[in-house]
Ligand binder design. Sequence first.
Ligand code: FES
Length: 213
Amino acid sequence: MRPLAARPVQPASATTILTVKVPEQQLEKDRADGAAPAKGQAQAASRFAPPSDLEARVDELLKRYPHKRSASLMALHAVQETTGYVSGPAIEWLARKLELQPINLYELVTFYPMFRQEPAGRYQIKVCRTLSCALGGSQALYRHLCARLGLDPARPGLQTTPDGRFSIEWVECLASCGTAPVLMCNDDFFEGVTPERADGLLSGLAAGHGFEP
Ligand code: FES
């Protein structure tokens, strides 16, 4: 039997440029399979102009992880802290940077309640509505806060005052069920919040000197 002869490998030339035109039909299939960027993804990413400190921060984060994907959560936090929220174009931009599909980041942003997809006020109030807090009076507390802020307690989702200072929204359990009702204002946590204490919080923030529990 004749031995199989190895076919000589043509060395790639540094000057060779291979141009492959992918038919649009194939591109659509690849997009459906997630193997190619969605139509408009590149345009959406280019609509987002990352502040220079954000780009540097994400680049720094990427050095700390063995895989780019592992930096997703921290990079999303960096986006939110820098731009105030995680917009669609920011997700597209970050997905390209992490070599992921945007859906991989949307899954995180929609799962974790600390991420926002729309701009919020300077002070973001999150009121817990889960069972212990509901029994402890969180509905009345929410109505009270909305009345003070001139917002509609029946409106679902995040609401922001016209001056952009306060936002309010319902959230699920904040893991302090024994001290209900509970709310968060930005990164601060408040337990056993009565309407009177909520007034103190709003007055302190409006006056610019924070809140004394
Ligand atoms: S139910 Fe409100 S903190 Fe758990």
